[in-house]
Design a protein around this ligand. Structure first.
Ligand code: ZN
Ligand code: ZN
Length: 358
């Protein structure tokens, strides 16, 4: 099968023929039907998120089960699945405490090998998936069976961006109806936060992004106020629109120390600040200790939208099927696996919300 392999930092992915591993007792072979190109894939390429090469990138995907190991109980050939980039084993401390987004199996699956290159070198797979491939061998814990007629390119986005963003709004921050929400960074995940805020009944949604296409899309998806940070400090712009207070909820969806502080300052006293962006592992945030206690803001981390994938994937699919979640508008380009390197260029140039390999 063909796959897009990360071989060296800051180099284009190598599109090459690889051989998937034989299916283990608790694994399934999935034919990948669509895979979104997410900013975290780029972070692996540029060294921000350390995944050792060589490995198959891609962690936002959907497909059809072709073969299962003899101990697999929840899947059979022909099932449609969405891959979870953090598996949910169902039995570790976190899974039994309703926090499967922190499942212990995640860390171990990151280091396993999943395929081999033509020269025999073993290949890892990003987050145990490797969706930039025609097929992938995945632990059963990382696959969620779904029943829907949604198109593949929309379903793929539920694997990462949609669940992360909508989950941040509904699960992590738990936005209350009527409140005001500021979203800093309106890429795929930011657009999903905006939609989550709309679904939660926010009265004002401030979309903050320097790229016009992203502000326009945000408006279409529910933002009420569009803020271009190039036209002046976004914190004061949000304050001016909220009686000088700031927003009830602020989301950082970029992963930079400077925008994390900006999100903190955009929230009102007593407000909730949610950090969704995946920062570089070596980045640090320095902030006022006085502010931390005096302003009584709630500062929340957020991985995978605090989502319980077996509960939330079907929820987000149902919201899409009934027209409350618009995933079609988030798919900017449908591309082939050979065009994946150009998708990273388009992402950095601000030309797309999401490119999807189909
Ligand atoms: Zn992602
Ligand atoms: Zn678990």
């Amino acid at each position: 099968m063909r796959a897009a392999v990360f071989v060296e930092q800051d180099k284009p992915l190598s599109i090459e023929e690889v051989t998937p591993n034989a299916v283990g007792p608790r694994e399934a072979l999935v034919r990948v039907t669509a895979s979104g190109v997410c900013h975290s894939d780029l972070s692996v390429i540029n060294g921000g998120l350390p995944f050792p090469p060589p490995c198959i990138l891609g962690h936002e995907g959907t497909g059809i089960v072709e073969e299962v190991g003899d101990q697999v109980t929840t899947l059979k050939p022909g099932d449609r699945v969405v891959a979870a980039f953090v598996p949910a084993c169902g039995s570790c401390y976190y899974c039994v405490n309703g926090q499967s987004n922190l499942c212990d199996v995640g860390a171990t699956s990151f280091t396993a090998t999943h395929a081999t290159r033509a020269d025999g070198t073993p290949l890892g797979a990003m987050t145990g998936l490797g969706t930039f491939a025609e097929a992938m061998v995945v632990d059963e814990a990382g696959l969620v069976k779904v029943e829907t007629d949604l198109p593949d390119e929309q379903l793929a986005l539920i694997g990462c961006g949609v669940t992360t963003g909508v989950g941040a709004a509904l699960n992590t921050a738990q936005i209350k109806p009527g409140s005001s929400v500021a979203v800093i960074g309106c890429g795929g995940v930011g657009q999903a936060v905006i939609q989550g805020a709309r679904i939660a009944g926010a009265s004002r949604i401030f979309a903050i992004d320097p790229v016009e296409l992203k502000r326009k899309t945000a408006e279409q998806l529910g933002a009420t106020d569009l803020i271009d940070p190039a036209q002046g400090d976004p914190v004061s712009q949000v304050q001016a629109l909220t009686g000088g207070r700031g927003a009830d909820y602020a989301f950082e969806v970029i992963g930079l120390p400077e925008t994390i502080l900006q999100a903190y300052n955009t929230a009102r006293r007593g407000g909730t600040v949610t950090v969704v962006g995946a920062a570089r592992m070596d980045a640090t945030v320095t902030m006022s200790a006085f502010q931390l206690f005096y302003e009584e803001k709630k500062l929340l981390g957020c991985i995978y939208g605090s989502a319980q994938v077996r509960r939330d994937f079907p929820r987000f699919i149902a919201l899409t099927e009934t027209g409350r979640l618009d995933l079609g508008s988030m798919v900017s380009r449908r591309i082939s696996l050979d065009e994946v390197n150009d998708a990273f260029r388009a992402m950095q140039a601000g030309e797309v919300i999401r490119s999807v390999v189909v």
